[in-house]
Design a protein. Structure first.
Length: 245
């Protein structure tokens, strides 16, 4: 597959290595560079783009550190697909996997329309004894366990079914009740996998996991979801772009 165009703005204050890294990353996201594909050598890229080899090398090293590229002596630089990379945005993991060309699969571990959970109710702004809709799911990507998803929803979503949860995006279903999340507060930490979590995710006990708690609100400001999710750190990464103000 030929290399996609890699346009560099030499008048921009953004460093050239950063621009090149972003162009390559975008090409990977769009599928213009596919897993296993070999990139041109540093010399070839430097000549084609009229950029110095140290600048090329730094851009590539940035993507290697992100897990997007791998470098091996005698093999060269290739596109890898080790992690599901997810930018901070209010989207569902199901939709993100599908958009990335991965095959999302879901195993519903628990579904309860009459769940009483004081902490979840407090996060949803409801009375402690409110009956909540609760589901726990194991999400896989191309058959590999990726995440444990635990969601608590207000009673307005009581028409959800196990069958639908096993095959569809939760956020898309919530939209059918005019409850698609529009904004959310999110907290990201790390924790060690318990024995039960390790078995489900096919990892060793105490393996580090990415832990994410989210409280979501619809376009009217009503709280529509509280989630407490766990992701395999070896297959999942969260990306944030920051700017100097």
């Amino acid at each position: 597959m030929p290399m996609p165009p890699l346009e560099i703005d030499r008048t921009s204050p953004v460093p050239i290595y950063f621009q090149l890294g972003r162009r390559l990353e975008e090409a990977i996201d769009r599928g213009e560079l596919v897993p296993g594909e070999r990139l041109p050598t540093e010399i070839e890229l430097a000549e084609a783009l009229d950029i110095s080899r140290p600048t090329i090398r730094r851009a590539i090293e940035e993507l290697v550190s992100k897990g997007l590229l791998t470098r091996k002596r005698g093999v060269g630089t290739r596109v890898t697909d080790v992690q599901v990379r997810r930018r901070v945005a209010l989207t569902s993991l199901f939709d993100d996997l599908a958009a990335a060309g991965r095959q999302p699969q879901t195993r519903v571990l628990r579904f309860d329309r009459d769940c009483v959970d004081r902490h979840a109710a407090r996060m949803l702004g409801l009375p402690a004894t409110e009956r909540l809709v609760h589901c726990e799911r194991l999400r896989l990507a191309d058959g590999v366990p990726l995440a444990l998803l635990r969601n608590w929803l207000p009673p307005r979503f009581a028409d959800l079914t196990v069958e639908a949860l096993g095959s569809r995006s939760l956020y898309r279903m919530m939209a059918e009740w005019n409850g698609r999340p529009a904004v959310a507060k999110q907290r990201i930490t790390a924790k060690a996998a318990t024995p039960a979590q390790a078995r489900l995710l096919d990892i060793g006990q105490h393996t580090p996991l990415i832990s994410m708690q989210r409280t979501s609100f619809d376009s009217t400001g009503a709280t529509v979801e509280y989630s407490d999710n766990l992701y395999r750190a070896d297959h999942y990464a969260i990306e944030v772009t920051v700017f100097n103000r």
